[in-house]
Ligand binder design. Structure first.
Ligand code: MG
Length: 375
């Protein structure tokens, strides 16, 4: 085994699991977390959930499953090179989107709107809810009983109002301290992954063009180099080669800049990590370029009229389902009815959040379509 930095999360400095279990055999505690996440039902459903494009639009677009795998690959590369806990970075990355609703951000916004009077809906909190309570796989406990550090990494953001209702996990949002470096890595790897794959998917869908991207500095410099080094290369390969180089540049920048920050702030222990400012970051110059890329994607892809039409349809599906289940909980599947007696809005939100894109569409049709629907 290669050497880990003293400030990496390890079994020695871990706060452990909520319910004590015997030590795993032949794998680390964090590998066990990763394995539990991969075996969960919510993880499998990521295959049919999307971020920008709706699931049935094309087989080549990213889903939340392939996105999560890309995030974990990038996170592991960064963790390894910074001598951090690669397994923890992997576990957090694979779990980071488990709480997402169907239909990406449009679905999350719609469900949050529906839940406004009932504590709101926030996908980070929902991811935690999935691993802490909703997964029913173990005889001895609800949820997956993950380590504190994996749970803390999954909870990327949390309002102070919600944080007070959490156990020790909420403290960092109240005291304004940092999560582990491994959690910080997963956070950045998420950003690197989606910016790059959204460029790729956006181009493939034809909603954005290569010419438009020539005005985005991060893309332009690599694109120019690829084109001049490989004259006559077909456009799809130009795109892949350019994106490959962008990811490498971003990852390299994060590693170099973060290593420098860690040294500068004399980080020596995990306690130092928690108390210090955020260490994992792009250099100032790269952060600017990333910002420009994000702004480009926001105005040209996420707000493209065709994407907005899908989002509007998606929102309607979510709102319709929420309304109908709130009106009559007897329409819910039995396992959600029992919980609905205790907390109706949360039970309805849990049911809807767990749906895949296509399941939500089918459920909407089953409930609202007048014509005969085959199961
Ligand atoms: Mg993500």
């Amino acid at each position: 085994m290669f050497e880990r930095a003293a400030y990496a999360v390890s079994e020695l400095n871990s706060k452990g699991r909520r319910i004590q279990e015997s030590a795993p055999v032949g794998r680390s505690e964090f590998q066990r977390d990763r394995d539990r996440i991969i075996h969960s039902g919510a993880f499998r459903r990521l295959e049919y959930k999307t971020q920008v494009f709706v699931n049935h639009e094309g087989d080549l677009f990213r889903t939340r499953l392939t996105h999560s795998i890309e995030v974990s690959q990038i996170a592991r590369s960064i963790a390894r090179r910074l001598k951090l806990n690669e397994d923890l970075a992997e576990a957090i990355s694979l779990a980071h989107d488990l709480g997402h609703t169907p239909f990406g951000h449009a679905g999350q916004d719609a469900l949050n709107e529906c839940m406004r009077e009932h504590g709101g809906f926030e996908h980070n909190l929902q991811s935690l809810r999935v691993v802490d309570t909703l997964e029913e796989r173990y005889a001895e406990f609800d949820g997956l009983n993950l380590t504190f550090e994996t749970r803390s990494g999954i909870l990327k953001h949390c309002s102070k109002e919600n944080a007070v209702h959490l156990d020790e996990l909420g403290e960092r949002f109240i005291n304004n301290t940092r999560p582990s470096l491994e959690a910080q890595i997963a956070d950045l790897a998420d950003e690197i992954a989606y910016n790059n794959h959204d460029v790729d998917d956006g181009l493939r869908s034809g909603l954005i063009t290569l010419e438009q991207l020539e005005d985005v500095p991060l893309m332009a410099s690599h694109l120019y180099k690829v084109k001049s080094e490989h004259k006559g290369l077909p456009e799809r390969r130009v795109v892949h080669e350019t994106i490959r180089r962008m990811i490498n540049t971003l990852v390299g920048d994060v590693i170099a800049n973060s290593a420098m920050q860690i040294k500068k702030h004399q980080i020596e222990t995990l306690a130092d990590v928690y108390a210090a400012p955020r260490m994992l970051a792009f250099s100032a110059e790269m952060a600017e370029q990333q910002k420009a890329m994000k702004a480009f994607l926001r105005s040209n892809l996420y707000r493209h009229y065709k994407v907005l039409r899908m989002s509007s349809k998606a929102k309607r599906v979510i709102i319709d389902l929420f309304t109908v289940f709130m009106d009559d909980t007897r329409l819910l599947p039995p396992q959600f009815q029992a919980y609905a007696e205790k907390d109706k809005p949360r039970a309805v939100a849990d049911y809807i959040a767990g749906m895949t894109d296509r399941y939500a569409v089918r459920e909407h049709r089953r409930i609202f379509a007048i014509e005969e629907v085959s199961e």
